[in-house]
Design a protein around this ligand. Structure first.
Ligand SMILES: [Zn+2]
Length: 89
């Protein structure tokens, strides 16, 4: 009997850092442009706080997702877990 240690990605309920660069133009100065609550499918948390920022350089807005979360409804942890369950049958 072997023990398998599964390393799942961390999921944070909100961001602790500011974005490093604009995804559109890689500018480095932003204004905080509101906050949205995003419902997610995860085994531990159901909503995450996502900040929107506006780039001072290109004036476009973007969402800055916390670790483990992206545009999809499921967190990266749940997607990985689903893949593992599928492999194990
Ligand atoms: Zn920009």
């Amino acid at each position: 009997m072997s023990i398998i240690v599964l390393k799942l990605p961390e999921v944070k309920p909100s961001t602790e850092t500011r974005p490093k660069g604009c995804p559109h133009c890689h500018g480095e100065t932003f204004q905080r442009w509101g906050k949205v609550s995003k419902p997610v499918k995860d085994n531990r948390i159901d909503t995450v706080g996502v900040y929107r920022y506006r780039c001072n350089h290109c004036r476009r807005t973007f969402r800055y997702y916390p670790e483990g979360v992206d545009r999809a409804d499921q967190t990266q942890r749940m997607r990985k877990l689903a893949a593992i369950c599928w492999v194990l049958g």
